[in-house]
Each structure stands twice: as structure tokens, then as C-alpha cells.
Design a protein around this ligand. Structure first.
Ligand code: 5GP
Ligand code: MN
Length: 316
């Protein structure tokens, strides 16, 4: 059931023990929104824990509360009155779904949200879930402090490509300004997130050698099969390097993370890439989406390209 922001605040106020979670393969918005909301609810006297079923990249250790993020183990049962899933539908929270059996509240900005949660606050116009969480904090009557601001600013900055993407609105900028006024330090966040180990920069160079240009230059992508990923780990932000190629509308990366299981990232400069991701059970936003394909790299690439070409054809 979809609810309003006011109702979302009321639901949170009505319970004491809250577990917050977000998607596997967590990004800045997933981690920032989870921790930002955690700080706000703790300020209200709630018992709050964040559990994410994945490793949290060390670059995010700049965020207050990073060390408090738990990772559920198989068979674990985590007591709670409410499970709050942010920046995700309930299908991508991994083991947290089994570990927490409490009623679910979902706060999201993905237009592809599956609506499976007991209660859902969805705002597809928000640039980031962090933008929603900031307004929720206002609704809760909590005073935004530096810890909350650092986390939420990170979510907002990363999901908007540092305020460059088309999802950046006047409200995004106003929210960012408020967060700065609350104590967020933008350069500390950006310096921590842009830093990479030397090996990763070299891995980026290796991966870039594999860019393929298709469909008269409208599509570009990089496929890394399991063997390639064993040799060089996939660097963060690879898709961004493909997206910048002149003339390219759809950019993709395909990574065979486990033999027979590929993770796909999609970006576009106009075409709705959720149309592609949804065909494989994924989702996301018009210009940034993703999915998994349970096939080896060669087969998954063929399936993916077929759908990309269909969508390109429909757009003509
Ligand atoms: P990324 O390529 O950065 O992993 O994801 C781009 C966007 O698509 C993000 O907003 C992310 O949450 C969403 N997304 C990526 N993979 C999936 C998926 O498998 N399912 C759904 N529903 N959304 C995804
Ligand atoms: Mn997001």
C-alpha cells in the first residue's frame, strides 16, 4: 500500500525496534540513506540497527556510523518491530528478508519498485532516496545534525553524479544546500570516494581495452567474463567511462561475477533503459538501470544485445 510522507513518519514513530536495510551491491545512496535515517531515528530515541547483505566498500568509512553496519549470516534471526528498506524493493535485500520477519516499510525513488512491501513511500521524482530521507527527517521533527548531513549528502551527490545528471532538480540543490548548512563537508566526502588503489586504476585501464562499439556507435559496452575478472577485479565506475563516449546513447557493462551469473549495468543519454533491465527481472531509472542474467558471459551478452537492439528499434 502506498502511503504519504506524513504517514511514513507516523509509522516510524509508532515502533521502537527498527532494522534498516538496502540493496546488495550497495552504493552511496543505499549506504547514505540507511545511515542518515539511522541517525535521525536514534535521535528520536529509537533502537535502530542497519543490516546490509553485502560488504560495504571501505571508501564509505568516511560516513559516521559506517562501523555499525551489520551483515546478516545464514539462519540469523534479528528481532525488530519494523523492517525499513530504503532505495530498493524487497527482492534485492538478500538474507535480511529471512533474518527480519517484522512488517515492512519501503522508502524508494525507483520507478520500477515492485510494491511488495506492506507500506511504500515512493517518489520517482526524487533524485536520490537521500533526498526523500531529508524531507522525512523534517517531517519527523528531528533537527538535522552533521552525522545525518554527511550521510545524506553522500547519497544525493552520488546518485546525481555530483549534481550533473538529469535527475538534479531545484529541490535537489535546495536539499544539498540545507545539508551543507547542517554540517556536511563535501570535499571530505568526494576525496574519500574518488580515491582508488593503484591496482584498481590499472584494472580500469585493462577493462577499457575491451570496449566494443555497436549499432553505428549508438551502443557501447564492456563484457568481462569470469576468467577476466579473476585476473583483474572489475573497477568501480567502469560504466561511467563507457557512457562518456561521443554518440553513444546506451552504455552497458556485463560482468560474470560467478560462473553462469552476470551483473549488468545500463546507462543512457535519453532512451529508457528500464525497458531493457525489466526484461531480465531488473529495474532502476530511465537513465540508469541494472539487472542480473543467469547465463555465462557469451550467452548473456547475446541476450542483452538482442533486447538492446529491440529497444533501439522501437525508439526510432
Ligand atoms: P548500477 O548499474 O549502478 O548497479 O544500478 C543502476 C540503477 O539500477 C540503480 O538505481 C540500481 O538500484 C538499479 N538496479 C541495478 N540492478 C538492479 C536489479 O537487479 N534490480 C533492480 N530492481 N534495480 C537494479
Ligand atoms: Mn538511489
Amino acid at each position: 500500500m502506498q502511503i504519504s510522507l506524513k504517514e511514513t513518519a507516523a509509522v516510524l514513530k509508532s515502533v521502537q525496534r527498527i532494522v534498516i536495510t538496502s540493496h546488495v551491491n550497495p552504493d552511496g545512496d543505499a549506504i547514505g540513506s540507511s545511515l542518515g535515517l539511522m541517525h535521525a531515528l536514534r535521535a528520536l530515541g529509537k533502537e535502530v540497527q542497519v543490516f546490509i547483505d553485502d560488504d560495504i566498500p571501505a571508501a564509505f568509512s568516511v560516513l559516521p556510523g559506517y562501523e555499525l553496519i551489520g551483515k546478516p549470516v545464514e539462519g540469523q534471526s534479528i528481532p525488530a518491530d519494523l523492517l525499513v528498506a530504503v532505495d530498493v524493493s524487497l527482492d534485492r535485500i538478500g538474507l535480511v528478508k529471512e533474518a527480519v520477519t517484522a512488517p515492512t516499510l519501503n522508502i524508494d525513488h525507483h520507478i520500477t519498485n515492485d510494491g511488495q512491501a506492506d507500506k511504500l513511500y515512493l517518489d520517482g521524482t526524487a533524485a536520490a532516496t537521500a533526498e526523500i530521507i531529508y524531507h522525512l527527517i523534517e517531517e519527523l521533527g528531528v533537527t538535522c545534525d552533521k552525522d545525518m548531513a554527511m550521510c545524506l549528502y553522500t547519497g544525493l551527490a552520488t546518485d546525481t553524479g555530483w549534481f550533473r545528471f538529469s535527475n538534479t532538480t531545484p529541490d535537489t540543490m535546495r536539499t544539498a544546500a540545507d545539508l551543507l548548512a547542517c554540517g556536511a563537508v563535501p570535499n571530505v566526502i568526494s576525496e574519500s570516494l574518488e580515491q582508488r588503489p593503484y591496482e584498481e586504476v590499472q584494472n580500469l585501464a585493462a577493462a577499457m581495452q575491451k570496449i566494443e562499439l555497436l549499432a553505428d556507435g549508438k551502443v557501447a559496452g564492456i563484457c568481462l567474463d569470469y576468467a577476466a575478472l579473476q585476473e583483474h577485479e572489475a573497477p568501480e565506475g567502469l560504466i561511467g567511462m563507457v557512457r562518456v563516449i561521443e554518440g553513444v546513447d546506451i552504455a552497458f557493462t556485463l560482468k560474470e561475477k560467478e560462473p553462469g551469473l552476470c551483473r549488468v549495468s545500463l546507462r543512457s543519454k535519453g532512451i529508457d533503459v528500464t525497458k531493457i533491465a525489466l526484461q531480465f527481472g531488473g529495474g532502476g531509472h530511465v537513465r540508469a538501470a541494472g539487472c542480473s542474467i543467469e547465463k555465462n558471459c557469451v550467452e548473456a551478452r547475446a541476450d542483452l544485445l538482442k533486447v538492446i537492439m529491440q529497444v533501439l528499434e522501437e525508439e526510432k
